[in-house]
Ligand binder design. Structure first.
Ligand code: CA
Length: 184
C-alpha cells in the first residue's frame, strides 16, 4: 500500500513539473513589436485621442480618407484660430517607437501663413517640433515618419498635431489619416 501511494505521488509531481515548464513559455507578443494605438486611422472617431472642439473627424465621399471612412481635418476657414489633436502611448524599456502619418494639404494660399506643427514629446527629452507643414505640402496624401529612439527605462511618448491659421491670406486645410505607432 505504501508503495502504491508513492507511485501516485511521483506521477503528481511529474504533472506539476510539466505544468510549470509550459507556464514559463511566452504567451504574448514580444514587448517591442506591433502597432500600439487603439484608433490609428480615426475610424472610431476621437477614441484614443484628445481633440480640440473644432477638430472634425468624419467620412466625406467627395474627399476620401486615405483608408477607411474617417480622418482628422484641420479645416481652413480663413479665420485666426488654432486647433490641437494629440495622443500618448507607452514606450517600454529598450523599445524604439516609430510614428508614421499621412497628410493631405488643400490650399488657396501662395505663401506660408497657416501651418500644422507635428510634435513628439518623449519622457526625458525636451518636446520637439518634428515637422512644420504649410501650404506647399501638396494635394496627394504624403507620408511622414519620426521616431523616439530607445532608452533603458519605460517612457511615454506624446504626439501632437497643432494647426494654426490666420485670417486674410487664403486658407489651407490639413487632413491627417493612418497614423501608426509601431514598436521595434
Ligand atoms: Ca481613416
Amino acid at each position: 500500500m505504501k508503495a502504491f501511494i508513492t507511485t501516485v505521488s511521483a506521477a503528481a509531481l511529474l504533472l506539476l513539473a510539466t505544468g510549470g515548464a509550459s507556464h514559463g513559455q511566452p504567451a504574448a507578443d514580444p514587448p517591442c513589436s506591433g502597432q500600439v494605438h487603439p484608433n490609428p486611422g480615426f475610424e472610431r472617431g476621437t477614441t484614443g485621442w484628445t481633440a480640440g472642439p473644432r477638430i472634425v473627424v468624419f467620412g466625406d465621399a467627395t474627399r476620401a480618407a486615405h483608408t477607411g471612412h474617417a480622418y482628422a481635418t484641420f479645416a481652413g476657414l480663413d479665420v485666426t484660430r488654432a486647433d490641437l489633436l494629440r495622443t500618448t502611448v507607452t514606450v517600454p524599456a529598450n523599445c524604439d517607437l516609430t510614428v508614421r502619418f499621412w497628410v493631405r494639404t488643400t490650399t488657396t494660399e501662395t505663401s506660408r501663413g497657416d501651418y500644422l506643427n507635428v510634435g513628439l514629446a518623449v519622457t526625458g527629452i525636451p518636446p520637439k517640433t518634428r515637422f512644420s507643414l504649410a501650404f506647399d505640402g501638396g494635394a496627394p496624401w504624403r507620408q511622414y515618419v519620426m521616431s523616439s529612439g530607445t532608452a533603458t527605462t519605460e517612457r511615454t511618448a506624446t504626439v501632437s498635431f497643432l494647426a494654426s491659421e490666420t485670417a486674410g491670406n487664403g486658407a489651407t486645410t490639413f487632413d491627417v489619416d493612418d497614423t501608426s505607432f509601431t514598436l521595434s
